[in-house]
Design a protein around this ligand. Sequence first.
Ligand code: ADP
Length: 193
Amino acid sequence: MNIILLGPPGAGKGTQAKFLSSVFGLVKLSTGDMLREAMGEGSELGKKVQKIVDSGDLVSDDVMIEMILERISRPDCSVGFILDGFPRTLNQAEALDRVIKKKNIELSHVIELAVKTNILINRIKNRVSETPNDQRRNDDDEQTLTHRLKVYEDQTAPILPHYEKLGLLRTVDGMLSEVEVSNQISEILVPER
Ligand code: ADP
């Protein structure tokens, strides 16, 4: 089973990706985590992307496509993977289409976590006020979040129709409780008969 989780910042993709990896044994591939790891290590890549990530803009398609294609090709992914944070542009989605076709991988579902903008803004505000300064992500302030939401609307939301056309898109109400969202996703992956 190979799954893509889509949704705006703060929609709960990371939480659900963790759930799916523990319950279904899928490998969780989070591009945000990969980038934060690179920045934490201060690697060449990390230095190159830091300013962009902190500002809430998107890292270039070339860099992201190379990063995820390398990761997806490793043997551990053969049990199935969850993509969290990729693809984020139509260009990335098309690159992914090409590679999975070439490698004979099948996408099982693209799951969109839908959450209204005002709720996202409240969630991030709470996260900001609850997290001590030194543990806070540089891109987790209100102003940057507003920018990230716009980037999502402009660059990422346009890939939803792409997966809809392929018959892969399923939308889950991300405003339900964490457990209910997990249940709904499980129901999509393993429908009860
Ligand atoms: P979010 O909280 O929006 O889900 P992530 O942790 O997934 O954030 O990503 C944080 C940042 O990393 C993004 O705002 C962006 O700068 C960069 N990033 C992550 N994935 C991608 C991608 N596929 N393409 C371009 N930039 C990305």
